[in-house]
Design a protein around this ligand. Structure first.
Ligand code: SF4
Length: 325
């Protein structure tokens, strides 16, 4: 039997040849004790397929809290008493200012995120007007995350110039009922497919560290891969007080690095973005994620959690010899 280093090398050759990594192979990669070799190899795959560019995105939580869904990890669910600032849809002035701030901070894309099951018609139309304004006056890609989509709405977003639509699967199909009861895994897959069919780029990832097994983490990766996303955000659970997951512990930094690396073997071409949890789990060593197969980050904080100063993150990207896209 090949030793771990030979096996990792064989898997890299397999990825290079365009072949897919099978489940048993992914499990063996995940179980390696040669984490450094695994990470370096995943990094080489990432650079091969995306050159030396890092996708840099800034989010705006444009409508916070009061979501009618019951996702157990989410402080924005109306089912839980979480200490977050709730607000209705922000004004055009604030959204445009934040898009400008994203551009000035070095982000190549700006993502408007709203806590909805799906937006009411008036909110959807208002958001579309603002997107059209930003597209006309600011040179920055606009992405959105607005919950479940219809075909008509997805086509409209494409028509007004939205680049990418975010809709995460969150966790594996076999674990999904443990994290949400108000909708199904298939509902999430359905919106992801609608997004692709409308010609929008699909951003589709999940959250690790919610009590799932490592096998279920791989199951999630394969489900995401089947949707052919353009971007795959990997979030690590930040337990929020008041939610059912407030006492979970996420994953160890080593497990997070292994997950990023193995997902890169499974998905060589999409942007793999290290998202929420980066600052919490890796602290000042968050550059490790960008040396283990990730080629995207979110700067300036998340939906209900603050992040680093954006200039610190842009400097980190330059320090490891790669460039913002
Ligand atoms: S994850 Fe999204 S759908 Fe689920 S409760 Fe939070 S905002 Fe609502």
């Amino acid at each position: 039997m090949k030793d771990d280093v030979e096996f990792i090398d064989e898997m890299e050759n397999k990825v290079d040849s365009g072949a897919e990594i099978r489940l048993l192979e992914a499990e063996r990669l995940l179980n390696t004790t040669n984490v450094q070799i695994l990470a370096e190899t995943a990094n080489r795959i990432a650079r091969k397929f995306s050159e030396d560019l890092i996708d840099v995105e800034m989010l705006l939580n444009a409508k916070s809290g009061s979501c009618p869904e019951d996702c157990s990890f989410c402080a924005q669910s109306s089912f839980y008493e979480s200490k977050i600032t709730k607000y209705p849809l922000l004004s055009k002035k604030i959204m445009v200012e934040r898009a400008q701030k994203a551009k000035d901070s070095g982000a190549n894309s700006f993502c408007l995120v709203c806590a909805y099951r799906s937006p009411p018609e008036s909110d959807f139309n208002y958001i579309c007007d603002i997107i059209e304004y930003i597209k006309k006056y600011l040179e920055i890609d606009v992405n959105v995350s607005l919950g479940f989509m219809t075909k008509e709405r997805a086509r409209h977003l494409k028509m007004i110039g939205v680049k990418r639509y975010n809709h995460n699967l969150e966790t594996s199909e076999s674990y999904f009922s443990q994290i949400c009861r108000t909708h199904d895994f298939s509902d999430r897959v359905n919106t992801a497919r609608i997004v692709k069919e409308a010609g929008l780029e699909l951003c589709c990832g999940g959250i690790i560290g919610m009590g799932e097994t490592t096998k279920q983490r791989l199951e999630l990766a394969y489900s995401i891969r089947d949707l052919s996303p353009n971007e795959v955000p990997i979030n690590i659970l930040i337990p929020k007080s008041g939610t059912p997951f407030e006492n979970l512990h996420g994953v160890s930094p080593i497990d997070a690095i292994k997950t990023i690396a193995v997902w890169r073997f499974l998905m060589p071409t999409p942007i793999i973005k290290i998202a929420a949890g980066r600052e919490v789990y890796f602290r000042d060593d968050d550059n490790l994620a960008l040396k283990a197969g990730a080629n995207g980050i979110i700067i300036g904080g998340y939906l209900t959690t603050n992040g680093n100063d954006p200039s610190r993150d842009i400097q980190m990207i330059h320090d490891i010899g790669i460039n913002p896209a």
